[in-house]
Structure formats: C-alpha cells, structure tokens
Design a binder for this molecule. Structure first.
Ligand code: ADP
Ligand code: MG
Length: 216
C-alpha cells in the first residue's frame, strides 16, 4: 500500500465522518445536554448530510474539494461547531492545495493548518475542554507517524488512539471556552461533545483507510 492520498480518498473520508456523526447523533446530543444545550449531534448530523450531498459533484482536486466541504460546513452546521469545523476544513484545503496525490507528510502539515484555523477562530488553548484537546494530540501523532514513514493504516491508527486519549482527558477538565464554560466547576466530570465528534475524524480515517481508492 502506498502512502498517497487522492481527492477520492478525501471524499470517502468525509463521507465516513458524515456517517459517524449521523449514527452518533444521539450520543453527541446527550454529551452536549450535560454541559451545553443538547444540539451538537443535531448540528453536525444536519450539516454533514448536506456535505455528503455536495460530495456527489465535488471537484476532483484535494484543495478545492476540502474548500467546498469547509464552506458547506460553515453554511449548514449550526452552533459554535459550524464555524470551528468549517475553519478546520477551509484551512486544511488551503494548505494542501490541488497537487494530487499528496503524501502523508503534506497531509499532516495540512491538518496542522486546519488546527491553526480552529485556534484562530475560537482561541482554544490546551486543557480548555474543547475539540482542540482531541484534535491536537491526534494530529501530532499523525505527523510523527508520517515523519517516521509509517504506512497509512499505521499513521491513522496512531492518530485515532491519540485523539481518543485526548477526548477522554476532557472528562476531568474544567471548561474555559464555549457554552460549557458558563458551568464552571460543574463542567468537570463530563466528556466534551466537540472533542468526541472531532475524534470521529480520526475514526473515519481508520475506517476508510482500507478502501481501494486509498491506493492512489
Ligand atoms: P453550541 O455550544 O453553540 O451549542 P455545539 O454544541 O455545536 O455549539 O458545539 C459545542 C462544542 O464546540 C464544544 O463541545 C467544544 O468542543 C467546541 N467549542 C466551543 N467553543 C470552542 C472554542 N472557542 N474553541 C474550540 N472549540 C470550541
Ligand atoms: Mg450545543
């Protein structure tokens, strides 16, 4: 298996993520009910259903495809998550550009740019109990495995494990950003909904990695 990523692979990755937020819609709403307003699953499932439709006629170029995903997310995903996930995909798309296929090191650089977009939008810092706390360790693990020339399944499995650990670490955190921060100490003891949905980006990459179009 090569470690090259095509627009077809990216499209399948986003479709797999759309499917995960659809099937975990109730879980994400329940997590948000504990420390927010119970809409995180609904926000993502509705918006990514539109994204999945857009992918049917998406451009066959990595950067353009991810920019379409980002703008569709911004317009169709409600709540704080819309602009945050939207910035992630827009900055990822801008960073990787349209050269295809791209290797895992360039994809990892793009993911870092996506994370920088999330921070530019919401100013999250490590330990604030947000999606950042899953995205950052997951992306660091992908970058390290890509730099070590692991194959794509190994790279995305490393990312998934690190993101899951980061997600789980949000349980003990006190929320300092977003709606959950209004709860202060009462936010401790609950898993962050955005860290949970962000982890599904990594799950989606591991589910999808075995698909035939990965061998670009
Ligand atoms: P809302 O709070 O507007 O209802 P959602 O429920 O869709 O939005 O999303 C809540 C999630 O958004 C939180 O669990 C958290 O992970 C994430 N979030 C909120 N504010 C920020 C921020 N400033 N930076 C990063 N992530 C944030
Ligand atoms: Mg909410």
């Amino acid at each position: 298996m090569s470690d090259l990523i095509t627009a077809g692979w990216l499209s399948g990755w986003i479709r797999a993520f759309s499917e995960l937020v659809r099937t975990h819609h109730d879980q994400l709403n329940a997590l948000d009910a504990a420390i927010g307003d119970a809409d995180h699953g609904t926000n993502l499932a509705r918006g990514f259903a539109v994204v999945a439709t857009e992918l049917d006629h998406a451009p066959d170029h990595p950067g353009d495809l991810l920019n379409l995903v980002g703008s569709t997310v911004v317009s169709n995903v409600g709540g704080a998550a819309g602009p945050l996930f939207g910035s992630f995909f827009l900055c990822l798309g801008d960073a990787i550009g349209n050269d295809s296929p791209l290797d895992s090191r360039r994809f990892a650089l793009g993911l870092r740019a996506g994370l920088a977009g999330v921070v530019a939008r919401g100013s999250a810092e490590p330990g604030d109990k947000t999606m950042y706390d899953a995205l950052a360790p997951g992306i660091d693990a992908i970058a390290a495995a890509a730099a070590a020339r692991h194959d794509l399944p190994g790279i995305f499995e490393a990312g998934r494990l690190a993101a899951e650990q980061g997600r789980d670490s949000t349980i003990d955190m006190l929320a300092r950003k977003g709606r959950a921060s209004y709860l202060g100490e009462r936010s401790v003891g609950h898993q962050d909904p955005g860290a949970t949905s962000a982890t599904y980006l990594f799950t989606a990459a591991t589910h999808h990695v075995g698909d035939s179009d990965v061998r670009g």
